[in-house]
Design a protein around this ligand. Structure first.
Ligand SMILES: Nc1ncnc2c1ncn2[C@@H]1O[C@H](COP(=O)(O)OP(=O)(O)OP(=O)(O)O)[C@@H](O)[C@H]1O
Length: 596
């Protein structure tokens, strides 16, 4: 088990361990048809580690979800049994709620409906031939969601000795990066396998960087396990190291040493970098002020890239929730439509564009227009060939193709007008055009929405989809920019494991409206609630611990410059709290007056 602070080289060590195993055991493992599993937190990390160690069948590098799914996918009858018990569990929970004294009549009615829905689902899963894994669970269609996989696999591992044997035989080495955020059930499953099978498990993590409520945090050492620590930080310049050591002090008190160095004329020199914190009013000027802070940083550090929005500018503006980025980039209504009171399958699919109402825009319609603007006929034709009903071989049989292509070309031109800059068209207008011209095939679920007077058909998230279809097409383009990572925004949670030259952390409790975290409480200018006080008194995890850890992760991403922008209603109170907190040197505190 490797436990060490930010930037200490845990992932680097993991990669070296993989390379070492390839050299020393690779041949024998390949001969035995065995693999080394490496579990990382995000797809991005999968790509990075694969690029470093090389893509070879010897390594099975994946996210936790796809690893767990690869383990369990062929146990279809066990999956079906688990799904049945899961639905029964949900029904039992709802019945218990129903029977609770004091449950209101309206709630009882809703619970009744939900129970009927679950019973229908129970019946439908009996007809599912094969379960697969997708976004958001839809059991009756045989689709399991992310959360299901995290429960299902550990449950099957616990129950079946054979499965434990198969896992250990297929993967004699399993390494887990960011282990502090791995679910306890998964850790327990790996421990169980390791305790009875020949298996080497390696956990690489930092309890101070646990940023998900579901994470295990510190992992207890079992007899025969070894712990490795690394005292140095190789990523952050010394000024940033000073800040992150101060942030960490009340957590576990770990003080990292060294900091990033560069070799100049054969001599190793420390990199100092810069740290700055701006305390600004939380008014309607936030977006403009972020721009002004970046201009100030560019001038102060003599580094013009601070104002760059290009990827290679390597600037990241870390916001707490996607909504804040959505607001700044111009897709706030789209975000609210698919997020607020929305089913998980919609809200979870905004950040990567996989929510079903977004899919035709993300995968076909906007790419068609991008290709059309670039005169890229090849891409246009490959999208149409794959997705337009007009070009299905059945339809084309005995028909001249040329007029069909002319009609499609005409349809694309009209689509381009609807999706032009400054167009007043809505997403619904675009989809009606697509439906009428059969440019691409649309999901059946759109049909009810595209009628002249749409009537709620009771489908899950109907109101959300209706609100989404009212959005202006400009929001779709802004959203595209976000998912293609063409903007400098990222979320506080999304940058785990990454590093950037220039990091600007945005702290804004008002816009985040998230009670899990509070920078006001953390810095000491917002009052603690009674629950917070009780948690602290009982030594339970509190809002202060959670916020400190998230802040630690954000600040420790900086390779050169770190800036923090704190938006607060009472700037004077926030400023004096920042002074008292002593996280940043006094000379690095700034206010709106610095921005001209
Ligand atoms: N021994 C080393 N000497 C010099 N640089 C190193 C060493 N180990 C790691 N680094 C560099 O330090 C940086 C941080 O390394 P890495 O990402 O592996 O740390 P980490 O502990 O996984 O970080 P975190 O927990 O913050 O995500 C990288 O730029 C890496 O190349």
């Amino acid at each position: 088990m490797m436990v060490a602070g930010a930037g200490s080289g845990k992932t680097t060590s993991l990669i070296k361990a993989l390379a070492h195993l390839r050299e020393t055991r690779g041949k024998a493992l390949r001969r035995a048809g065995q693999q080394i599993a490496c579990i990382t937190y995000t797809e991005v990390a999968v790509g990075e580690i694969s690029a470093d160690v090389g893509v070879t069948p010897l390594f099975h590098i994946s996210t936790i979800h796809s690893f767990l799914w690869s383990v369990v996918r062929s146990f279809q009858s066990d999956i079906a049994a688990w799904v049945v018990s899961r639905i029964e569990e949900k029904i039992a929970e709802k019945r218990a709620h129903y029977d609770k004294p004091g449950t209101r009549a309206a709630t009882k009615m809703r619970l009744d409906q939900e129970i009927v829905g679950l019973e229908a689902e129970l019946e439908a899963v009996g007809r599912v031939e094969k379960f697969t894994y997708g976004t958001g669970s839809r059991y009756s269609e045989g689709i399991l969601g992310h959360d299901d996989i995290l429960k299902l696999t550990p449950a099957c591992v616990e129950k079946h000795h054979l499965l434990r044997e198969i896992v250990a035989r297929r993967f004699p080495y399993i390494f887990v990066d960011e282990s502090q955020d791995t679910q306890p059930a998964v850790i327990q499953a790996l421990r169980q396998i390791a305790s009875e099978q020949p298996l080497c498990v390696g956990f690489f993590g930092d309890p101070m960087q646990k940023i998900y409520g579901t994470g295990a945090g510190a992992i207890e050492l079992l007899p025969g396990w070894g712990e490795i620590t690394k005292p140095e930080n190789f990523r952050c310049p010394t000024s940033v190291l000073g800040v992150i050591n101060a942030v960490r002090a009340p957590g576990d008190g770990l003080v990292q040493t060294r900091g990033r160095t560069v070799t100049v004329d054969g001599e190793e020199q420390s990199v100092v970098g810069t740290v700055n914190i701006f305390i600004l009013p939380s008014d309607d000027q936030r977006t403009a002020r972020l721009g002004a802070v970046r201009a100030w940083l560019a001038a102060q550090t003599g580094d013009g890239l601070w104002t760059s929005d290009m990827r290679d500018g390597d600037v990241r503006l870390l916001v707490l929730v996607h909504r804040m980025a959505a607001k700044r980039l111009g897709f706030a209504s789209l975000y609210s439509a698919l997020n607020d009171h929305a089913p998980q399958s919609l809200s979870e699919g905004i950040a990567d564009g996989s929510a079903w109402p977004l899919r035709p825009f993300v995968q076909q319609l906007l790419p068609l227009i991008v290709a059309s603007r670039a005169g890229d006929q090849f891409t246009i034709m490959s999208i149409l060939r794959a997705d337009s009903p007009c070009l299905e071989p059945e339809r084309l049989r005995g028909q001249a193709v040329a007029p069909v292509l002319v009609a499609l070309q005409h349809a694309i031109e009209q689509l381009a007008t609807l999706l032009a800059d400054g167009s007043a068209a809505t997403a619904r207008d675009v989809l009606r055009h697509v439906r009428d011209t059969e440019l691409v095939a649309l999901d059946d679920r759109f049909a009810a929405h595209l009628m002249d007077d749409p009537v709620d058909d009771g489908a899950e998230g109907f109101g959300n989809v209706a609100a989404f279809l009212e959005c202006n097409v400009g929001e779709l383009w802004a959203h595209r920019k976000y998912i293609l990572e063409e903007s400098p925004f990222a979320t506080h949670h999304g940058v785990k494991g990454a590093q950037f030259e220039r990091v600007l952390v945005v702290l804004d409790d008002e816009e985040a409206s998230y009670n899990q975290y509070s920078y006001g409480k953390y810095l000491g200018y917002a009052p603690l609630s009674d629950t917070d006080k009780a948690n602290i008194a009982e030594g339970k995890e509190s809002v202060l611990d959670r916020t400190r850890r998230l802040f630690y992760v954000c600040c420790s991403r900086a390779v050169k410059d770190l800036a923090v922008v704190l938006f607060a209603a009472d700037v004077a109170a926030a400023r004096s709290a920042v002074v008292d907190a002593k996280l940043f040197p006094a000379a690095s505190h700034h206010g709106v007056e610095q921005l001209g």
